[in-house]
Design a protein around this ligand. Structure first.
Ligand SMILES: [Zn+2]
Length: 497
């Protein structure tokens, strides 16, 4: 993989991404960056913001602030050095404003909390973000348990207290076909009970009626979301379980070490993270049982209804891949000629230049007229520009992925890794780099391989005891598992914004 060269920049969010794109050569000198105002540069502190400003302008970007219609470029600062004072003043103003905003938000929360403590609910819900088993009764101005769901919460606690594990509880719920809980908004409902969700319920404070508000902050450098609990409010919700059971379970959970699902652990299988189920397209997990380790669809493992339980020994799968490494690589689709793609990129770039000019003209107009119509048109143009730029980035990334040279390198690495003696983690890394999905198909006795660089699918024989020999049939690739993005969005993880 190619790393963007140039100075590494520690900046925030979208701007950081923009600077990376500049570094990587995706954004050419003379391009425009439109920001609402200097506030966007100065969330952190004035020195950082100034540095960022100089870096942008220094790399040939024209910066336009939409609220006052000022355009800054290296040329302008050459011609008109005092313009830099405008920037500094604007940065100071914007910085003060964002500090004040943060304070206002904090104040509003504190007031809300104070009011709640002093006057109770006042017929208003303190929060609409209720746990899935609690609802707000508008007519009676109070929170209420949703009975059948509260029963499930109680069952989770009772069983955990009695010694059952998370996996067993999840399996039972799935086997009984207990519907999962839809959430409000556009969050998608899980299609089966997962241990991670049950753990979340068991470790939340809501089952005993305590509401723990969280504030969401973002790490300044990594932009990772951080939810920080603030002071809890007891007696907010009706309790679904008694305090004794609740604390017993909490003690239990804290001693069994709450290791997150995504805790950093070296991969234990060479196909970790890229192996999926042919039946349903969900991820396949490792399951240790007796003397062997098996690969099994995560839904089957959680006993999702109507899913066949077909565990395949992990060593069978690893062996199939290793023994077929040479043929796999030899017959792998090669890199494509990128000339068609080049033409597409050129055309799109021309389009982007045009839209950019258009945006710039509109920004001028909007700044002079201050008419809502002009701002609206500017908004549309900006969106269009972002859209075109995104397409350009994607096409360029695609070009990088499918060029003959880089494909050749990755294929060579795959063969080398599968036939060599590197450790599991190293082999896994090489495979992930080249292969998008390995679909485990016990019934047809195949592994299906989909590469990153091509939509052509390859198959490897992987004999299992689940193979269906009753008919001599031609094998068919499980397209829904190989190309989930074409069938529906159900199997995809929610995209991170
Ligand atoms: Zn499955």
């Amino acid at each position: 993989m190619s790393q963007p060269t140039g100075e590494r920049t520690r900046t925030q969010g979208a701007l950081g991404g923009f600077l990376k794109a500049v570094d990587a050569g995706y954004v050419q000198r003379g391009n425009y960056l439109l920001i609402e105002n200097m506030d966007r540069l100065s969330r952190a502190d004035i020195l950082t913001a100034q540095g960022l400003f100089l870096q942008l302008v220094g790399s040939g970007i024209n910066l336009v602030t939409l609220t006052n219609g000022e355009a800054y470029s290296a040329e302008r600062l050459q011609r008109e050095p005092e313009a830099i004072l405008l920037v500094v003043l604007e940065l100071i103003r914007a910085n003060k404003e964002s500090v004040r905003k943060a304070q206002l938000i904090g104040d509003a929360k504190a007031r809300k909390k104070k009011r709640l403590v002093e006057h109770g609910l006042e017929g208003k819900p303190y929060t609409r973000q209720t746990p899935a088993w609690i609802t707000w009764r508008e007519d009676e101005k109070r929170y209420e348990l949703i009975k059948e769901r509260a029963d499930i919460v109680r069952e989770m606690f009772d069983r955990m207290a009695a010694g059952d594990g998370l996996t067993r509880i999840a399996r039972d719920l799935n086997q009984r076909g207990v519907p999962t809980w839809g959430r409000s908004g556009n969050q998608r409902t899980a299609d089966h009970w997962r241990t991670s969700y049950i753990r979340k319920v068991l470790t939340s404070t809501a089952p005993i009626g305590t509401f723990t508000p969280h504030t969401t902050t973002h790490d300044e450098t990594t932009r990772a979301r951080r939810d920080e609990p603030v002071e809890a409010v007891g007696g907010m919700f009706p309790a679904a379980v008694d305090a004794d059971t609740y604390w017993k379970v909490r003690r239990k959970l804290s001693t069994t070490a709450a290791r997150g699902r995504n805790a950093k652990q070296p991969p234990k299988s060479i196909v970790s993270g890229i192996v999926f189920c042919a039946t349903c397209g969900h991820a396949v997990t490792r399951v240790a049982k007796g003397d062997y380790v098996y690969l099994l669809c995560s839904r089957a493992n959680m006993r999702a209804t109507e899913h066949p339980y077909q565990a395949v020994r992990y060593d069978t799968v690893e062996k199939a891949l290793r023994e077929n490494a040479h043929r796999l690589v030899k017959e792998a689709p090669r890199g494509k000629s990128t000339s068609a793609l080049e033409k597409e990129i050129d055309a799109l770039q021309a389009n982007a230049n045009q839209v950019e000019q258009w945006v710039f003209d509109l920004a001028d107009l909007a700044a002079r007229d201050r008419s809502p119509a002009a701002s609206r048109r500017l908004g549309n143009a900006e969106r269009e520009l972002k859209n075109v730029q995104r397409q350009l980035r994607e096409l360029r990334a695609k070009r990088e992925t499918i060029t003959t040279a880089s494909v050749k390198d990755r294929l060579k690495a795959v063969e080398h890794a599968l036939t060599g003696k590197d450790d599991v983690a190293a082999v896994n890394e090489v495979l992930r780099d080249a292969i998008r999905r390995v679909v485990l198909d016990p019934q047809q006795g195949h592994l299906w391989v989909r590469w990153h660089h091509s939509d052509e699918v390859q198959d490897i024989l992987c004999v299992t005891r689940h193979m269906d020999f009753t008919e001599m049939r031609e094998t068919t690739p499980p397209m829904h598992a190989l190309f989930p993005e074409n069938t529906n969005t159900d199997h995809r993880k929610q995209e991170e914004r």
